[in-house]
Design a protein around this ligand. Structure first.
Ligand code: GAL
Length: 420
């Protein structure tokens, strides 16, 4: 018995705060941005470089995809919990620059242009991210910014872009790589527009040279250290192993204005089990990482959505004891000793190792007052209000008989007021 579902989040926050404090010692890029790790959505891991809008209209890299994601960021509560940037990755460009040497979007996939897309994203209270490359070509073979840093920075600023992910493929010499990252940083600053600068500088220099993180933080708001994430536990594990191994050189540098970027969150996709998704969320929080989801916001399970939107950084603990006849006693304890009552939101899938409400359970509040909370299933979310240092005690009874359809409908349509 005794799981402390809330405690890892508390630990995560404490660690992030420690990193914030540590980071204060190091000179950061003075653009005033990324005071906390950037949060948003980035297309790469989930949508890659699909340019075939006739064959794959729903997943090709097009203005429609980013407009849909912007809509959902607002309507589905992502913006409310802090996800702010809608970010385009590679494959948005036309294969050639325009007659004035400027980058241009693919005219068929972005017929309205990036300026219009930025306006749309801004009209939703969100920000737009875009992608470029320090070398001659992007990793997918589109025009790179080498020789065009000032012009490209100005083009992005003119369009109203708010973040640049600057990749490091096809860069020439190591000196050109470093110079390119520095020059683009200065070029962005010179535009006078606030543009978060997301680098991959240490990743590309590391095989040959040890990165100078003080310098990198001086120019970049975040930086990738390690290879691309995949939708697989092995990939998450590799990133964690690398981070553990190199912690002495990367932990102290992170802080307001500059963050280590272990790459996108792949929660809500196909490859990670629930426990592995919990691990990614917890460990990315502990690393004070930018939280850039790469998933399909049109199809995110309620469980993954709950995990990605969970803002809890409190002192809740969830305790449970199996009782006889398939029942569980569940205690929700608020250990906070300051402020007023707090709401602890959690999924019923936490209970009884995922079995207590599968397929259905009835929940009764025993303390502080006796209340019937009705029927729930394994995708229900409970919102439990608990006073500081107080506890709410619940009794959860598994219902193994398949519920008739009417009951399930009632259950979904008429949740008790205490329950989301
Ligand atoms: C990789 C980069 C990925 C993605 C991809 C696009 O090098 O690390 O995150 O941007 O290029 O081609």
């Amino acid at each position: 018995m005794g799981t402390a579902a809330g405690s890892w989040r508390g630990a995560a926050l404490a660690w992030a705060l420690a990193l914030l404090a540590a980071g204060g010692r190091v000179g950061a890029l003075e653009n005033g941005l990324a005071r906390t790790p950037t949060m948003g959505w980035l297309h790469w891991e989930r949508f890659l470089c699909s340019t075939d809008c006739a064959g794959e209209p729903l997943s090709c890299i097009s203005e429609q995809l980013f407009m849909q994601m912007a809509d959902l960021m607002v309507s589905d509560g992502w913006k409310d919990v802090g996800y702010e940037f809608v970010c385009i990755d590679d494959c948005w460009m036309a294969m050639t620059r325009d007659d004035q040497g400027r980058l241009q979007p693919d005219p068929e996939r972005f017929p309205s242009g990036i300026r219009k897309l930025a306006d749309y994203v801004h009209s939703k209270g969100l920000k737009l991210g875009i992608y470029g490359d320090v070398g001659n070509k992007t990793c997918a073979g589109f025009p790179g910014s080498y020789g065009y840093y000032d012009l490209d920075a100005q083009t992005f600023a003119d369009w109203g872009v708010d973040l640049l992910k600057f990749d490091g493929c096809n860069y020439g010499t190591l000196d050109q790589l470093a110079e390119g990252y520095r020059n683009m940083s200065l070029a962005l600053n010179n535009t006078g527009r606030s543009i978060v600068y997301s680098c991959e500088w240490p990743l590309y220099m590391r095989p040959m040279q040890k990165p100078n993180y003080t310098e990198i933080k001086h120019y970049c708001n975040h930086w990738r250290n390690y290879g691309d994430i995949y939708d697989a536990w092995n990939s998450v594990k590799n990133i964690l192993d690398w981070t553990a191994l190199h912690q002495d050189s990367i932990v102290d540098i992170a802080g307001p204005g500059g963050w280590n970027d272990p790459d996108m969150l792949v929660i809500g996709n196909f490859g990670l089990s629930w426990d592995q998704q919990l691990t990614q969320m917890a460990l990315w929080a502990i690393m004070a990482a930018p939280l850039l989801m790469s998933n399909d916001l049109r199809h995110v399970s309620p469980q993954a959505k709950w995990l990605l939107q969970n803002k809890e950084d409190n002192n809740f603990e969830l305790w449970e004891r199996p009782l006889s006849r398939g029942a569980y006693a569940v205690a929700v304890l608020n250990r906070q000793e300051i402020g007023g009552p707090q709401i602890f939101s959690f999924s019923t899938s936490f209970l009884g190792n995922g079995l207590a409400c599968n397929p259905v359970c009835s929940i009764q509040q025993i303390l502080p007052t006796s209340e019937d909370w009705g029927l729930h299933n394994w995708v229900s979310f409970l919102n439990v209000e608990v006073n500081p240092t107080g506890t709410v005690l619940l009794k959860v009874v598994v219902i193994t008989e398949p519920p008739d359809e009417k009951l399930v409908m009632n259950m979904n349509k008429n949740p008790s007021p205490d329950i989301l």
